[in-house]
Design a protein around this ligand. Structure first.
Ligand code: DGL
Length: 274
């Protein structure tokens, strides 16, 4: 593996906006890290595509980030983490970290031995990546997967509250509650933007406490640990860390939703081609 510079940025990508949930967690946990984020807004959603197509798209995203001189890639997308992580690791000469293993660990901790529900895209649920990752942490944990494809366009649209998201979320959460899950993993990085609705619906439908697990924080923890162990953590003052946002389409609308989400004005989102 080529020698990376600690001051090089971290590369983070997702099919669209969802990966910003990971960026937010990274900025909190690793404030000295500069980040180059790529949202493949021209091709979102990934979760409805075949594994071959997802791998091809993921390769294109990683190539752009490698071209930006990043020291490691954080795949802020469950769908890509589920089907393309190995292919990315084989293809690129730098560390590639995903969101599923940290999410699985956080889910086992939150479920207290009870059944774990996973909400994800069709691609993620069909891959079986969560049951595999959860089984590696706890052989006893029962896992119930529920594809929730309509939540991705709702988030991309910025439709995060009110009747429509509530009805859609209820449709997906109800089967999990029938299985009496004790924790629901937000197994798509878009879903934390709907966390309040998901938590409310789960509360309404359940007589017991249900933990809502967002893998973003667990991923940021893993990234922090990984960088420290490899001597790759940036030493720059936090106020000198930068965030560069790249998209493959519609930079303006991305900037609007990203500003709302990150809680500060986001300017100069740059359009790139894969
Ligand atoms: N945010 C992504 C994930 O974590 C992908 C959503 C999509 O493009 O379908 O799975």
């Amino acid at each position: 593996m080529a020698v990376a510079r600690p001051e090089a940025p971290l590369g983070v990508f997702d099919s669209g906006l969802g990966g910003l949930t990971v960026v937010r967690a990274l900025k909190e946990r690793c404030p000295s890290e500069s980040i180059v984020y790529l949202g493949d807004t021209a091709r979102v959603p990934y979760g409805t595509r075949s594994p071959e197509t997802i791998i091809r798209y993921a390769m294109g995203c990683a190539r752009v980030l490698v071209g930006q001189g990043v020291k490691a890639i954080v795949v802020a997308c469950n769908t890509v983490s589920a089907v393309a992580l190995d292919a990315l690791r084989v293809e690129f000469d730098l560390p590639v970290l995903g969101v599923i293993v940290p999410g699985a660990r956080a889910a086992v901790a939150a479920a207290g031995g009870g059944p774990i529900g996973v909400l994800g895209t069709r691609g993620t649920i069909a891959s079986g990546a969560y049951p595999r990752a959860i089984a590696a942490v706890s052989t006893r944990a029962e896992v119930v997967g529920q594809p929730a494809p309509l939540l991705v366009p709702l988030v991309e649209e910025g439709w995060l509250e009110g009747e429509v998201p509530q009805l859609v979320v209820r449709r997906y959460v109800e089967p999990l509650m029938q299985q009496r899950v004790r924790a629901i993993v937000l197994g798509c990085t878009h879903f934390p933007l709907l966390k309040a609705v998901i938590a409310e619906v789960a509360r309404e439908l359940s007589s017991h406490e249900v933990a809502i697990v967002d893998s973003a924080e667990a991923t940021a923890e893993d990234v922090e640990k990984f960088l420290a162990e490899r001597g790759l953590a940036s030493q720059r003052p936090a106020n000198e860390a930068t965030l560069e946002l790249l998209v493959t389409d519609l930079p303006k609308s991305f900037a609007e939703v990203a500003s709302r989400f990150l809680g500060h004005e986001v300017e100069n989102v740059r359009a790139v081609d894969l």
